[in-house]
Ligand binder design. Structure first.
Ligand code: B12
Ligand code: SF4
Ligand code: SF4
Length: 308
């Protein structure tokens, strides 16, 4: 058996600040929470969550042979915030550099390749965000941190500005203890700061969340949720106000997360004049392409109309 300690050392060398390993056991409580959340229509129009809910709720439905889940966290904090952007339009810090899916998966494939050097028969699957796997649930089980009242996973030593991913393996390993403390205590800063009341302690109604509305929602914005509060891609408010981020964020050393100059320096006019060709060039290899040009344009125009 390959020692877990060696896997963790390799993962750290690849740039993952956080790494933990859990046994691929069933997750009945989280499966039930997911069902409740979907029954309340809190997924808004994200039908892709419903379609693969059985896999999300039960990792063995997704990968029947899975025995171990290596969970990783990749820090993307660059030491700046929205006040450093020249324009009034706000772009979430998670999308300031290269698309994190590519950045994290490249490193997880390197980790899998390294494990295969000594275990050529091992079967592994690399996941981050897009796979039908609940990233935060597995990170908590592997001891990385807890799900705060804003629902994101928070770590004691880096806060929550971390992307999450997993390497699923069909071999047994040594396991970490799950993170069973809830260190939010009596704080409710995120719930209070959310401009659209999308948060109800530990639960989110995506229909109200600006991150959903600016990134995932297609077509016109619902009349009731038409005010984007300056955001044109994602929203950072609930994490910006979190004391764990104020105290423990550390600057990332991942080169791909370096901020694209235009995002910092563009003026309102530059954003308003963005055309499809410019969008394609600026956001090549960026997570922002998920909104497509029409989505970003819609968000900019929504904020222009609420400015006047
Ligand atoms: C769907 C989705 C969204 C949706 C819904 C968000 C959500 N919280 O589910 C939308 C579009 C709104 C969204 C927004 C964002 N997202 Co998102 N998203 C996802 C995705 C694909 C699935 C999450 C999921 O399973 N949701 C289903 C619901 C049921 O899960 P949940 O909210 O975690 O629910 C749990 C709690 O509600 C809890 N629960 C329910 N009732 C109760 C009651 C009590 C008392 C308690 C204690 C708990 C509890 O149980 C549920 C199951 O464990 C994951 C990637 C992945 N594959 O996991 C990324 C992911 C969660 N997103 C991520 C990010 C970065 C964001 C944004 C910060 C982006 C941005 N800046 O705009 C925002 C944050 C908004 C927020 N406050 O959550 C990261 C989070 C990293 C981290 N450190 O946690 C992830 C993990 C992607 C990644 N691989 O890094 N996202
Ligand atoms: S991302 Fe913004 S809108 Fe969504 S829950 Fe957090 S503060 Fe509210
Ligand atoms: S702001 Fe407060 S309540 Fe919200 S996640 Fe952070 S510590 Fe928890």
């Amino acid at each position: 058996m390959i020692p877990s300690i060696s896997i963790k050392k390799k993962a750290n060398e690849l740039g993952f600040e956080k790494v933990g390993i859990s046994k691929a056991e069933s997750t009945p409580k989280e499966k039930a929470n997911l069902e409740t959340w979907l029954n309340q229509n809190h997924n808004a129009t994200m039908e892709w969550i419903v379609k693969r809910k059985n896999e999300r709720g039960n990792i063995h439905t997704y990968f029947p042979e899975v025995k171990s889940v290596i969970s990783v966290g990749l820090n993307y904090y660059v030491g700046k915030d929205q006040s450093d952007l020249k324009s009034d339009y706000k772009v979430s810090n998670y999308a300031w550099g290269d698309d994190y899916h590519d950045v994290i998966k490249k490193r997880l494939f390197q980790l899998l390749g390294w494990i295969k050097e000594s275990n050529p028969d091992v079967k592994g699957i690399v996941c981050s965000d897009t796979s039908p796997v609940m990233d935060k649930v597995w990170a908590q089980r592997a001891g990385l941190g807890w799900q705060g009242k804003h629902t994101n996973l928070i770590t004691r030593d880096h806060g929550s500005w971390l992307f999450l991913g997993e390497l699923l393996l069909d071999i047994e390993l040594d396991y970490d203890l799950s993170f069973d403390d809830d260190l939010c205590g009596t704080c409710t800063a995120c719930v209070d700061a959310c401009p659209t009341q999308a948060l109800n302690e530990y639960q989110i109604d995506a229909r109200k969340c600006l991150s959903y509305l600016t990134i995932e929602h297609r077509g016109d914005l619902p009349d009731t949720e038409g005010n984007l509060h300056g955001w044109i891609y994602g929203c950072d408010i609930c994490q910006d106000v979190c004391p764990w981020n104020e105290k423990f964020s550390k600057i990332s050393n991942i080169p791909e997360f370096k901020v694209r100059e235009e995002i910092m320096n563009w003026t309102n006019k530059d954003w308003q004049n963005l055309d499809e060709d410019g969008f394609r060039k600026l956001f090549k290899g960026s997570a922002v392409k998920r909104t497509k040009y029409v989505g970003l344009k819609r968000n900019i125009e929504n904020n222009v109309s609420s400015e006047s």
